[in-house]
Structures are given as structure tokens and as C-alpha cells.
Design a protein around this ligand. Structure first.
Ligand code: CA2
Length: 147
């Protein structure tokens, strides 16, 4: 089974430390530990990254080609603005799941638009940290079916 890249965008390094009413008290390090524990029960290898920089996220997507079987991407606010990330996903041709902790559709209207969704395999949102586990399972199923 190919490995999975879990890529986190801007401000997600602050998880668990600010706005707990919106994003909960779980830190990104807690989420990484949950993902690693879950992946190991399925014999999956994971890479887990976070960057506040659009260019660094684009480079991580480019580098995933040939290295990872799939990408789980929480692009944070870049989801709603970045044509460059959308183009990176299209050009890398690595299956990508768009992920959000919050239910973006129940929030401000500017969060309803996603450039990532246009090129994603699917979208998971609104399940908090558990969404990362759901996304790993969805990607695992996809990779098993397409292997
Ligand atoms: O719900 C999500 O996962 C989001 O991707 C989070 C982004 C937001 O812009 C998207 O619309 C939805 C924001 C991440 C900011 O994370 C923070 C965490 C703690 C404190 C402040 C910001």
C-alpha cells in the first residue's frame, strides 16, 4: 500500500491553543499522533506536514508525485482563495481528499467556495479531528480499489 501525505495549511499549527469554541482543544500534534496510531493498525505509512506558506504547500504537493499514493489536504483558508493550490493538485495527479475540521458550509459564505473541491477525490468536513481518521480510511479504500 503506498504511503499517504497529510498536509495542513495556514494557522493549523495554532490548533488547540486558540478559538477552542470553533476548532476544539485537540492540537495538531495530537491529530498527528491519532493518525499515526490509526495508520499503523492498517500497516500504512504516513507523512504529516504543516506550512503557513502557499508556496511550501505547492512544493509539498509537487514532491508527492511518485512518493505518495494520496494526499489528505486541509488547506485552511487557502481552500477558498488559491487557484495555485488547485493547479498544483491537478498537475501532480496524486488523488487528493479535501478535509476540514469545521463544517465550512455552516459558516460564513466565503467559506462555501472551494477551489480544492474542483480537483479533489472528495471532501470531508465538520467532524473535527475524527475527520482525519475518516479521510485516511477513505483514501485507504480508494488506494485498495485502484492498486
Ligand atoms: O475547518 C477547517 O479545518 C478550516 O480549514 C480551518 C481554517 C479555515 O480558514 C477554513 O475555512 C476551515 C482555519 C484554520 C485556523 O486554525 C486556527 C486554529 C486555532 C486558532 C486559530 C486558527
Amino acid at each position: 500500500m503506498p504511503s499517504i501525505l497529510i498536509l495542513n495549511g495556514p494557522n493549523l499549527n495554532l490548533l488547540g491553543t486558540r478559538q477552542p469554541e470553533v476548532y476544539g482543544r485537540t492540537t495538531l500534534a495530537d491529530i498527528e499522533a491519532m493518525c499515526r496510531a490509526h495508520a499503523s493498525t492498517h500497516g500504512l505509512s504516513l507523512e504529516f506536514e504543516q506550512s503557513n506558506h502557499e508556496g511550501a504547500l505547492i512544493e509539498a504537493i509537487h514532491a508527492a508525485r511518485g512518493l505518495h499514493g494520496g494526499i489528505i489536504l486541509n488547506a485552511g483558508a487557502y481552500t477558498h482563495s488559491s487557484v495555485a493550490l488547485m493547479d498544483a493538485i491537478s498537475s501532480a495527479e496524486v488523488p487528493t481528499i479535501e478535509l476540514h475540521l469545521s463544517n465550512v458550509h455552516a459558516r460564513e459564505s466565503f467559506r462555501h467556495r472551494s477551489f480544492i473541491a474542483k480537483v479533489a477525490l472528495g471532501v470531508i468536513c465538520g467532524f473535527g479531528a475524527q475527520g482525519y481518521i475518516l479521510a485516511i480510511d477513505a483514501m485507504r479504500g480508494h488506494l485498495e480499489r485502484t492498486e
